[in-house]
Design a protein around this ligand. Structure first.
Ligand SMILES: Nc1nc2c(ncn2[C@@H]2O[C@H](COP(=O)(O)OP(=O)(O)O)[C@@H](O)[C@H]2O)c(=O)[nH]1
Ligand SMILES: [Mg+2]
Length: 272
């Protein structure tokens, strides 16, 4: 059971924005985030973007105490950037850590919906596929990959989350401390799935709130075939591991029952 809002502090919020070649987007997204949520802090986690995103972020940080920049040595994937951002935030006492894309697909104006729901959940996902959620301007192949990936995940892992690969997520600090960040290996977008699955496996609660996801207008997607393959393979392996665990448990229960019945028979025979 998640602690309720009266039991846990959720005031200090850090929004982590991973960037790789987002020079056309970074200023707008940081400004929108701060305008819509004046109390939150922003951390831009830049992988040494060749297009100068990191320098733009530095300029934004020098003009606003609530904006910070983490310069990473090179492109290592979105997952690695988020993990570094989480460690940065946990070390500085943030109560809530949020994942949000730089390209405007996740709208900072919808962040309050996630933060409100976090009062009653350990992790909140901005969801495109719950009632009221939507996707704007996505080409058919992206829709198919996203929907298909979600269905495959739900089937492999037996979870009810409607948008498991969604990347607009809010975590309580305690959730991140509980799930074991050091073991998260997923590099690409599978990272979102990994975080959701780990949270659920620890018996923590994941809530979904509807969001409108809008495809980027500027810059380019870093989505690749490798990223899709990583997600598919990992999900399938987690599913096999999880199902074999379930089977083992079932086997133990069945064995216990057989022993019990055999014991009863013996006892009855002894009495007669
Ligand atoms: N730091 C960092 N950010 C990344 C990397 N790959 C993607 N991103 C960021 O992750 C977010 C989502 O990426 P995007 O290319 O828009 O993916 P899409 O929305 O699935 O097409 C954007 O803010 C990207 O700049 C990476 O290797 N390192
Ligand atoms: Mg995008």
């Amino acid at each position: 059971m998640p602690a309720t809002d009266t039991e846990v502090r959720l005031d200090k919020v850090l929004v982590i924005i991973p960037t790789y070649n987002e020079a056309e987007n970074v200023e707008t997204i940081v400004a929108r985030t701060r305008r819509a949520n004046p109390k939150v802090d922003v951390l831009v986690a830049d992988d040494n973007s060749p297009d100068g995103t990191g320098e733009i972020a530095d300029r934004l940080a020098s003009a606003d105490d609530h904006v910070h920049v983490m310069h990473r040595k090179g492109k290592e994937g979105l997952g690695a950037a988020y993990l570094a951002g989480f460690h940065w935030g946990l070390g500085r006492g943030y109560d809530v850590l949020v994942e949000m894309d730089a390209d405007g697909s996740h709208q900072p104006e919808q962040l309050p919906l996630l933060l409100e729901a976090l009062k009653h959940a350990d992790m909140v996902k901005g969801s495109r596929y719950v009632k009221g959620g939507s996707v704007v301007n996505w080409p058919m192949h992206r829709k198919l990959i996203s929907r298909g990936g979600g269905m495959w995940t739900r089937m492999c892992l037996g979870i009810g989350v409607k948008d498991p690969t969604g990347g607009f997520n809010a975590f309580r600090a305690n959730t991140l401390r509980t799930i074991g960040l050091d073991e998260v290996a997923s590099a690409g977008y599978c990272f979102q799935l990994d975080m959701t699955w780990r949270t659920l496996k620890k018996g923590l609660t994941v809530a979904e709130v509807p969001i409108e996801f809008i495809e980027r207008e500027y810059g380019h997607s870093k989505m690749s075939k490798d990223i899709v393959v990583e997600a598919l393979l990992r999900t399938t392996l987690w599913g096999v591991d999880y199902r074999s665990g379930q089977l083992k448990e079932l086997g133990h229960l069945a064995l216990e029952r057989v022993e019990q019945v055999a014991g009863n028979l013996k006892e009855r025979r002894r009495k007669h």
